[in-house]
Design a protein around this ligand. Structure first.
Ligand SMILES: C[S@@+](CC[C@H](N)C(=O)[O-])C[C@H]1O[C@@H](n2cnc3c(N)ncnc32)[C@H](O)[C@@H]1O
Length: 441
């Protein structure tokens, strides 16, 4: 008997995600040295992507739901069904491996059940596929009903496209360090290593890889010639209009993709303060800066409490890449569909507003704050900005004129795209001159 069973690991990983013990990324990270990690990853991502459809099949085939304490067996059924319906694993191998996994989960009593359900799936495959096609929207689109309703409300012309694109696999996108090499030069370096890449259309630093690879296979990765970053977030430095001598605050900075990009783009800033309330995420930011040979003033603090971290010297530019529902990056994090609740969205909006209000005091008159989220929901985007503008007469919304994205009331929205970027919202807020700001503490 093998010492590890990938299906059992996938089922355990999924049951931890479904019981809110951490995100899929965190749970998968615990097994990334296992030999079959790519298979485990493929299965776990796939089950999250198709969760509602797979769940509908299980409910159809089981006489009664499994007990809550058998969530691991429920997940093992999902693992088996995903392989049968969405992977090219031969049916007999799927059944053998998945049934064997019951032993690794110490639940051999479930052998017969797993075997019977998977065999029924094979026998009734076309009837089950028809059943899925005529099911409710939650099952057909494999998204929670509340999110479908919200997307229909917020994006009456785009919601179908968003749901479709959310289930695609996101490309691997690089940000070329233009301080070290041009994009064309880096494309040549990739070619020399037989890695196929093409230029992005939105940002002059973005490269899309035809096939994802390990970062260690990328040319000069350890020397900082390139980083992995979605193209949408690569628009940040140009929108910030960075200039030599400016004081910049990156208020929710970790793991530091945008901090590093701002420092690469403008190497003569007076200071860049990178703040985050998560020490472990800031460790990642430090690692990234070290690899890229960049420096920032890194501080662990709650950005909504400037009294605790601000020395009173106002900033010319502030980036607030706010904590959000991440509904724009479901392609990369399909577990978002399972983890987010409808009630979370209003809570995010309140937190975003309180961050905006607190940080506004730290901005120089004439300075600019860029508010961004990777959400596609209006409550966290235009509505949050609108609430902020109603409370702050010194704040003026500055229109972003661009040939990308959808123009919104107070900013621009990129929607998850079938070929390109993630869903991302941008709003530029300018502080009118002559506004007084609090004196240093
Ligand atoms: C969208 S992520 C930022 C991503 C980052 N800007 C980048 O490009 O790599 C949001 C970050 O906000 C941080 N955060 C959440 N609430 C915060 C608060 N009150 N103060 C500071 N950071 C906070 C989280 O720890 C998380 O790292």
């Amino acid at each position: 008997m093998d010492k590890v069973n990938s299906r059992a690991i996938a089922a355990t990983t999924l049951s931890k995600v479904l019981s809110h013990q951490g995100s899929l990324g965190t749970q998968l990270g615990k097994n990334n040295t296992v030999k079959d990690f790519p298979l485990i990853q493929e299965i776990c991502f796939g089950v999250c992507r198709h969760y509602h459809r797979i769940q509908a099949i299980i409910s159809h085939l089981l006489d009664k739901p499994l007990r809550a304490k058998d969530l691991d067996i429920q997940c093992l059924l999902m693992v088996g069904i995903y392989q049968l319906f969405y992977m090219r694993v031969p049916d007999h191998a799927t059944i053998n491996e998945t049934v064997n996994a019951t032993g690794f989960l110490k639940k051999t009593w479930a052998k017969g059940l797993v075997n019977a359900v998977l065999r029924q799936c094979i026998k009734q495959r076309s009837a089950l596929e028809k059943m899925l096609q005529s099911s409710d929207e939650e099952t057909r689109f494999s998204h929670p009903a509340w999110l479908i309703a919200q997307l229909k409300h917020d994006w009456p012309d785009h919601w179908l496209q968003i749901l479709h694109n959310n289930d695609l696999r996101a490309p691997m996108t690089l940000r070329v360090n233009l301080a070290k090499n041009s994009r064309d030069e880096y494309l040549e370096k990739l070619k020399a290593k037989n890695i196929e890449g093409s230029s992005g259309n939105l940002s002059d630093s973005a490269i899309y890889l035809a096939t994802p690879c390990q970062v260690t296979d990328l040319p000069e990765f350890s020397q900082g010639s390139a980083s992995v970053q979605d193209e949408a977030s690569q628009l940040v430095p140009s929108l910030m209009n960075l200039l030599p001598g400016l004081m910049v605050l990156d208020a929710c900075a970790a793991p530091g993709g945008k901090t590093a990009h701002m420092l690469e783009s403008e190497q003569s800033l007076t200071k860049l303060v990178a703040l985050d309330n998560s020490a472990s995420r800031l460790n990642k930011l430090q690692e990234n800066l070290l690899r890229l040979g960049l420096q920032a003033d890194v501080t662990v603090a709650d950005a909504s409490q400037p009294d605790a971290w601000w020395d009173g010297e106002p900033f010319d530019r502030i980036l607030l890449d706010a904590p959000c529902s991440a509904t724009g990056v479901i392609r990369r994090h399909p577990d978002i569909k399972l983890l987010r609740r409808e009630s979370d969205i209003g809570e995010y909006s309140d937190r975003q507003l309180s961050l905006l209000c607190a940080l506004w005091n730290c901005l120089k008159p004439g300075g600019v704050l860029l508010y961004t989220t990777c959400s596609v929901l209006r409550l966290e985007n235009d509505d949050t900005v609108q609430r902020f503008l109603h409370q702050h007469q010194s704040a003026k919304f500055h229109a972003i004129t661009a040939d990308w994205g959808v123009e919104c009331l107070y900013g621009r929205q990129l929607l998850p795209d079938s070929e390109n970027s993630d869903g991302f919202y941008f709003s530029l807020l300018e502080k009118s001159q002559g506004t007084s700001y609090p004196l240093p503490i």
